[in-house]
Design a protein around this ligand. Structure first.
Ligand code: ATP
Length: 372
């Protein structure tokens, strides 16, 4: 077993900077997830650790070995990809057993030991009945599990898993996630996992590293990312429905500080929030501005003015879902969404009182574009 460390790693494809001098450390036995949108550099990070690609600058360590100049097979990592390159002429059993038979392996196993290992992993992944089939007779989800089994059957120092369950249907995904979690706990091996699904990242990982255009935006445990997102980008990535981001003016009147966006969206900022807010102010047309973050779950709606901090807005649209409803209000740059239970019903255009739970208010530097 070993941890992984990247030190000031730069990777470019032609003129495009895919990883911009990134450094992070994944201690031995940690389940670290790389989370980010398409093109953030997640796969590239795994490929550099695996040795499939070579960084232009910086160093990579696996355990206490600097592996910059080692070919993939000497790095002792196992990688499972989203697109499962299975051998078409081999059965599922042979595809999985293959890695255990490699002449490069230090540990020589008997046929019986190989069968036991294959049985163990395929039972865990629920593909034990497919062992005699060829890959062309498998569904996408089944192929993906075979590919995962093939990576997991080895006992390397580090697993690198690139969206290994992206192709499974929703139900299988839930089981595969818990299987992965069990496996990770059982093996205690370092796992670096790639996904663009925040639920998967939060559910599986000890820590999550958020990548954005080749830069590390934040690294922390799941609770930290949800409750203390470092930027508007992280806040937006984590949470469904996504957090509301609202830019507005900060005004001081009679010793109180108000936030105002457009005509109606106006409320006094609680005095214990003001200091935090002031760290993020910027100036526009001689006015103090700030970006506010409010999760859709942290707003109370009502027909009456429930507090002095409540403000009235016209409903743009209400959408009912199975167990909750979403109400959208229209602001100049964006929509403001509120999630509520389905007991109330509002019509488009109704005037509704909104009160923001200021214990769950965020202020951010302005780094993402607001779009309707
Ligand atoms: P996805 O979730 O879509 O897989 P990712 O976060 O894994 O994205 P990478 O695949 O690492 O992102 O790509 C990072 C950037 O490098 C992207 O802009 C991508 O277009 C570019 N890139 C990746 N591989 C190559 C390549 N072989 N040649 C040129 N550009 C590449």
């Amino acid at each position: 077993m070993a941890g992984v460390k990247l030190e000031n790693v730069l990777m470019k494809y032609g003129g495009l900077v895919a990883l911009n001098h990134i450094s992070f450390e994944c201690p031995e036995g940690e389940f670290l997830t790389l989370l980010g949108p398409s093109g953030a550099g997640k796969t590239t990070t795994l490929e550099l650790i695996a040795g499939i690609k070579q960084q232009l600058e910086g160093h990579i360590y696996i355990g206490d070995r600097r592996v910059d100049d080692l070919p993939p097979h000497e790095r002792d990592v196992a990688m499972a990809f989203e697109n499962y390159a299975l051998y078409p002429h081999f059965s599922v059993f042979e595809n999985i057993a293959f890695t255990l038979r490699s002449p490069r392996r230090k540990e020589k196993l008997s046929e019986e030991q190989i069968r036991e290992r294959v049985d163990e992993i395929t039972t865990l992944l629920g593909i034990n009945e497919l062992l005699d089939r060829r890959p062309q007779h498998l569904s996408g989800g089944q192929k993906q599990r075979v590919s995962l089994a093939r990576a997991m059957i080895r006992r390397p120092d580090v697993y690198l898993l690139d969206e290994p369950i992206a192709h499974l249907d929703a139900k299988l995904k839930v089981t595969a996630r818990s299987t992965l979690k069990q496996l990770a706990a059982k093996l205690g091996t370092t796992i670096i996992y790639v996904t663009h699904n925040y639920r998967e990242a939060l559910g599986l990982s000890d820590r999550v590293l958020v990548l954005r255009k080749g830069n590390i935006e934040q690294i922390g445990d799941p609770r930290e990312l949800y409750h203390h997102p470092a930027t508007d980008f992280v806040a937006r990535l984590i949470g469904d429905p996504p957090i509301n981001l609202v830019d507005g003016n900060v005004m001081r009147e009679n010793g109180q500080v108000f936030f105002q966006a457009g005509q109606d969206f106006r409320f006094p900022i609680a005095s214990d929030q003001v200091e935090q807010m002031e760290k993020f102010l910027w100036q526009e047309d001689g006015q103090d501005m700030v970006r506010l973050g409010v999760r859709p779950q942290n707003v109370n709606l009502s027909n009456a003015k429930i507090s002095e901090a409540a403000f009235q807005l016209p409903v743009y649209v209400m959408v009912r879902e199975a167990e909750s409803a979403m109400i959208a209000f229209e602001l100049s740059q964006t929509f403001f969404q509120v999630q509520m239970n389905t007991a109330e019903h509002y019509h488009d255009g109704d005037m509704v009182w909104a009160e923001i739970d200021q214990n769950h208010l965020f202020f951010f530097p302005k780094t993402v574009e607001l779009k309707k």
